[in-house]
Design a protein around this ligand. Structure first.
Ligand SMILES: Nc1nc2c(c(=O)[nH]1)N[C@H]1C(S)=C(S)[C@@H](COP(=O)(O)O)O[C@H]1N2
Ligand SMILES: [Mo]
Length: 318
């Protein structure tokens, strides 16, 4: 069975489960290769990705990319959080094959001059796609380097013509129990939602991704279109978006709604603000097992984004 847990499971237990699964993987690996090999930092293999073959064309490389080694296709597509397909990191790669990504439309609502329903082809028409190699840092402590392909969210928002009242953007994921076995369980309230302040959404680093490496985004990574906000914890980067709403009031994201003590609206990567149940000072760059890498403020994007939060108390606005 896909969801092995009772329907009333708390989100805190799910995170604990993830820690437990990691520990199990650790014990398994330790048994196979011996503890000695684990002591050093495990390096990212320069191996070829194992892609599905649906290529994207005319991708421009962006100077906003990191030069750190990229994680492999294999790593990026088999270690995912996408609770609509289950809570284990491997579940999305197993079950997201049932997601139907075409045709796909996105509802545009709220404080815009041009609300309506857009077909994805029209959203993409005439747009130049860029490769953005970004660090990803999850609140649970793991990190990877992902070569996304996408375009700046601000280009789309500008087209929608926000009204003078628009201060925030809310995003909503598809929630279809027919395609997404996880939404039949109630460990989160569905649909999954997230939000950004308008200036965060308009920041040049914030992209809508439609590809990985030079291929169409794999389902488990949020096909056909997902948000990527590289200075924030992973949960902000909402997948399989079906609605974008410009708002005057601050929207509430799924994790904040579920557990506001642990997941704030801002979710900026901040090594000096601990998660209530663990330190955020260090991280595990996958593949690996130990938190042996110092987490950087704003995930290393501070030079570009710190100004967005000038004068704010980031202990309170976590
Ligand atoms: N719709 C939806 N979006 C989501 C999630 C989710 O469960 N559902 N998980 C979030 C979390 S916690 C993370 S870390 C990232 C993971 O993205 P990746 O699987 O592409 O690495 O997706 C985010 N977006
Ligand atoms: Mo995450």
């Amino acid at each position: 069975m896909l969801i092995k847990r009772p329907a009333d499971v708390r989100s805190s237990e799910i995170t604990d489960k993830a820690v437990y699964v990691n520990r199990r993987a650790f014990i398994r690996a330790a048994g196979v290769i011996g503890l000695g090999a684990l002591a050093g930092e495990m390096t990212v293999q320069a191996q070829q990705p194992a892609p599905h073959g649906r290529k994207l064309e005319n991708i421009r490389t962006s100077t906003l990319s990191t030069t750190e080694p990229r994680n492999t296709w294999q790593q990026i597509t088999t270690y995912n959080n996408f609770y609509e397909f289950g809570v284990d990191k491997k579940d999305p790669s197993t079950y997201a094959t049932s997601l139907k990504t075409s045709p796909w439309s996105i509802a545009i609502e709220g404080e815009v001059a041009k609300p309506g329903v857009w077909h994805l082809e029209d959203v993409l028409k005439g747009r130049t796609l860029e490769e953005r190699i970004y660090r990803h840092r999850c609140v649970e402590g793991w990190s990877m380097v992902m070569p996304w392909v996408g375009f700046p969210l601000r280009d789309l928002i500008a087209q929608l013509q926000p009204t003078s009242k628009a201060r925030f953007v809310e995003f909503t994921s598809l929630s279809d129990p027919g395609q997404m076995p996880g939404v039949r369980a109630s460990y989160l309230r569905w649909p999954y939602t997230e939000g950004l302040r308008l200036d965060e959404a308009m920041h040049p680093l914030t992209i809508l991704a439609v590809g990985l490496y030079d291929e169409v985004l794999p389902n488990q990574d949020g096909a056909p279109i997902r948000l990527v906000v590289p200075w924030k914890y992973g949960f902000k980067s909402i997948k399989s978006i079906v609605k974008i709403r410009l708002m005057e009031q601050q929207p509430i994201g799924s994790w904040q709604r579920e557990n506001p003590q642990e997941y704030g609206f801002y979710a900026n990567v901040n090594p000096t603000v601990d998660h209530p149940r663990w330190s955020q000072a260090k991280e595990i760059r996958l593949p690996g097992f130990f938190r042996n890498r110092a987490t950087q403020m704003f995930n290393g994007y501070g030079d570009q984004v710190a100004g967005l939060y000038a004068g704010m108390d980031l202990r309170r606005n976590f």
